[in-house]
Design a protein around this ligand. Structure first.
Ligand code: NAP
Length: 305
């Protein structure tokens, strides 16, 4: 007589493990401090170029300056009028390219409309391009050569490695194809290296049925800028979710009148996922930590001699 086999598909009853970006960012900060102690003749220098007075950009630049001060880096904020001409801005960049005190140059985006962003980013010496936006670094990332990796994807990659997420042979789906997040993290996960070696799909606003991809994914990186877009019915049990989104939504219960949420519906997805990053406290804190790491690497000539 044939024995009826039990249905062995088990439901994940454990809540998802939280991938804590604050903890890992603190570890990276401590590692930078240790490296600076060993290399005590080096003082990494970061130039922060801020054009105009976008309030969010001003906050981001101040946060970066504060982190530099905490670590003992040299930093300079160059606040430039919104009316600056492209030629003048390029002259500022050239001065930092030639300064021996400066190892990293960061242009805070967005730039005013009359300025060609690409031209400005390409004017930065690629050896000081700690944001990893220069085509030389983007190209080297694509072919798997040493380069400056944009800070947010570099931070995501560190989280994946330090939480020992199994990646080799896994199916990763990236939602969003920006040059800042989507494309570089897809490239990192694709490389034939430790902590990567995934099969990768990149989805975007033109993808016909995103759920067909996300439902099969072992790893999902959500970077589309749409509040709580990814829902539990779009994922499978046990998936690892990295939520890059930072979105403000109205919240009458908050004294500020708003709250910050990611691109993932955390409440429903965390019941099905095996690991998940929260917002805030996931990818966010990693971005500045990786900027500091890139600036130190530049000062130590770890990427380019
Ligand atoms: P972005 O440049 O606006 O790119 C968004 C991408 O998502 C685009 O490729 C877009 O497709 C795609 N997209 C938009 N709506 C979609 C939809 N309904 N379905 C599928 N794809 C869709 O944004 P970003 O700079 O990559 O940033 C993404 C999110 O991450 C934002 O919330 C941002 O605030 C956040 N962020 C966080 C950090 C951090 O430090 N944690 C850093 C950077 C960004 P198309 O290409 O077709 O337009």
């Amino acid at each position: 007589m044939a024995i009826k086999k039990k249905n062995t598909v088990s439901k994940n009853t454990e809540p998802a493990k939280i991938i804590d970006g604050k903890v890992i960012a603190n570890h990276i900060t401590d590692e930078i401090k240790r490296l600076l102690k060993i290399n005590n003749t080096i003082k990494p220098g970061l130039a922060l170029i801020l054009v105009g007075s976008n309030p969010a950009s001003e906050i981001y630049v101040r946060m970066k300056e504060k982190k530099c001060a905490e670590l003992g880096f040299y930093s300079v904020i160059n606040k430039i009028s919104e009316k600056v001409s492209e030629m003048e801005l390029l002259a500022h960049i050239r001065a930092y390219n030639n300064s021996s005190k400066i190892h990293g140059i960061l242009i805070q985006l967005p730039l005013p409309k009359h300025i060609n962003e690409r031209k400005v980013l390409e004017a930065v010496d690629f050896r000081k391009d700690v944001d990893g936006f220069h085509p030389m670094n983007a190209g080297r990332l694509l072919i798997g050569e040493k380069c400056f990796i944009p800070c947010t994807p570099a931070g995501i990659f560190e989280l994946i490695k330090r939480y020992n997420v199994e990646t080799s042979g896994k199916y990763a789906v990236v939602i969003g194809r920006s040059n800042i997040v989507g494309k570089p993290i897809a490239n990192l996960l694709l490389q034939k290296t430790k902590g990567a070696n995934c099969t990768v799909s990149i989805t975007h606003s033109g993808t016909a049925n995103i759920t067909e991809f996300t439902k099969n994914a072992d790893i999902i990186v959500a970077a589309l800028g749409k509040p709580e877009f990814l829902k539990a019915n779009m994922i499978k049990e046990g998936v690892v979710i990295i939520d890059v989104g930072i979105n403000r939504i109205e919240d009458s219960n908050s004294p500020k009148g708003y709250k910050v949420v990611g691109d993932v519906d955390f409440k429903s997805c965390s019941k099905k996922a095996s690991m998940i990053t929260p917002v805030p406290g996931g990818v966010g804190p990693m971005t500045i930590a990786m900027l500091m790491k890139n600036t130190l690497d530049s000062a130590l000539k770890k990427i380019y001699n």
